[in-house]
Design a protein around this ligand. Structure first.
Ligand code: ZN
Length: 455
């Protein structure tokens, strides 16, 4: 689940927001579905995060419930399975076991369906929720091409992979419903309505705003979509609840609770721990989307946290190859290709990272040691070294410092290139801030772990 609209604002106290004005319709709609807002939650625009939630009246301590939303308010597999009009668009005879889509991709499609009903007939049951969704998302995926050219490989890799997933799923949807015309307006699916551009936004709405839940608790009937879906369908969109922002200073749990009185279920979020003893009324309430590093927060949710407690900085084998190519001293040496082959075959390039308090990861040490600090290149010897006594890997300090300097220079070039562009999109602005935060992190790591007397 996630948030956009984190652009910094200058208000110090919660302020009204034009989009928040539409939320009273959502309150009403959820109220009619049984939501009682026991914790008196209200949405405001906060200086740090933009739109977020607080309680007007209640204090919160560890163990307190943050929100209790009836399961009927969620958009889940149960919602899709009970929507006959939507199901009728998907003929199970056309499902192909070799071209399945994720449940996330199907919910994104359902959002387009709801949006079209909302626009064409003003009759979507989730109209107020649709109006509460952000108009745009700030993940690097929505960066301009000129901005993408100024971003590091790690971000581009993720963006390219997201693009492939979105296009593939869209093609499957097109093959299933593309021959049909909407009954209300006669327009063709995946041509005039449900366009790829709309689908991309819907995909990120689900990507950044859905919550995890056990769908088996919600729906056990025969599934119309079973042969279409790959993976699980353990997620749902949670109107209003998805306005909670993420923090690395809280722990929260979410669960479906069966109510004995009504046999209905509530989706309940509980605050397990927080940094302060308690939160007062009007202080923003946060939840945890998980112990996520900034790269993940940025590429999936479109924001990052300053001094994120769960952050680390990851390197790739390509970084080390580029370091060798650009460093005079290192490029003068020769490196046996068996060593790189061995590293790849044993996936030692996974989990090569630096962490501000834990230092350099084991795999990064091993890889630097194998490449720079030993002469063997026969696999059996490499094996003995790589999986032998860990203390031998402590000798990689100069190379680690080179690598950090190399990365800092690279990120400084990216920042400078972004700053040269005449203007930045919202996504570009967030990515720029993320790069500065990475530089701050790498500099802090350098001064903590690579002081010159270690060389
Ligand atoms: Zn229509």
């Amino acid at each position: 689940m996630g948030r956009t609209q984190r652009q910094r604002r200058r208000h110090s106290r919660p302020a009204a927001d034009t989009q928040l004005d539409t939320l009273h319709v959502l309150y009403k709609q959820l109220h009619s579905l049984g939501w009682r807002n026991e914790t008196q939650l209200s949405a405001f625009s906060f200086s740090q995060t933009g739109r977020g939630l607080c309680s007007k009246t209640q204090c919160f301590r560890a163990g307190d419930e943050l929100i209790r939303l009836p399961a009927g308010c969620l958009i889940s597999i149960a919602t899709l399975e009970s929507d006959e009009e939507f199901k009728a668009l998907f003929d199970p005879d056309l499902f192909d076991k070799d071209s399945r889509i994720s449940f996330q991709a199907l919910i994104a499609c359902y959002l387009l369906h709801l949006q079209h009903l909302h626009e064409a007939r003003q009759e979507s049951p989730f109209a107020a929720y649709l109006d509460s969704l952000p108009r745009s998302y700030t993940t690097p995926y929505f960066c301009a091409v000129s901005e993408l050219q100024c971003l590091p490989e790690a971000i581009l890799e993720r963006t390219v992979s997201q693009n492939r997933q979105i296009r593939d799923c869209y093609q499957v949807l097109k093959s299933l419903v593309g021959a049909q015309h909407c009954q209300c307006c006669g327009q063709r699916y995946c041509e005039e309505i449900w366009t790829l551009a709309e689908y991309r936004r819907a995909y990120f709405a689900v990507n950044s705003r859905s919550v995890y839940l056990s769908s088996r608790q919600l729906y056990t009937g025969r599934s119309h979509f079973q042969e279409l879906l790959s993976g699980t369908n353990n997620l749902a969109l949670a109107p209003f609840l998805d306005l909670f922002n993420h923090s690395d200073t809280v722990q929260t749990t979410a669960e479906l609770q069966l109510l004995a009185s009504s046999k209905c279920q509530d989706y309940v979020l509980t605050l397990d721990s927080l940094a302060a003893a308690q939160l007062k009324p009007y202080e923003q309430l946060f939840i945890s989307y998980g112990a996520l590093p900034n790269l993940k927060l940025l590429t999936e949710y479109g924001f990052y946290l300053k001094r994120n407690a769960h952050d680390y900085f990851e390197f790739s084998l390509l970084d080390i190859e580029q370091l060798i190519a650009h460093n005079k001293e290192l490029s003068a040496q020769s490196y046996h290709r068996n060593i790189f082959k061995f590293i790849r075959e044993h996936n030692l390039m996974d989990q090569m990272f630096v962490h501000i308090s834990e230092g350099c990861s084991h795999n990064l040490r091993v890889v630097l040691h194998l490449i720079f600090k030993q002469c063997a290149h026969f696999p059996n010897l490499l094996n003995q070294i790589a999986f032998g006594d860990a203390s031998q890997f402590d000798d990689v300090q100069p190379e680690l410092s080179y690598l950090l300097t190399h990365k800092i220079n690279e990120y400084q070039r990216f920042v400078a290139a972004l700053e040269k562009l005449p203007q930045l999109t919202e996504s570009g602005t967030v990515a720029h801030g993320y790069l500065l935060e990475c530089l701050r992190y790498l500099h802090d790591f350098e001064s903590t772990h690579c002081a010159s007397n270690n060389n």
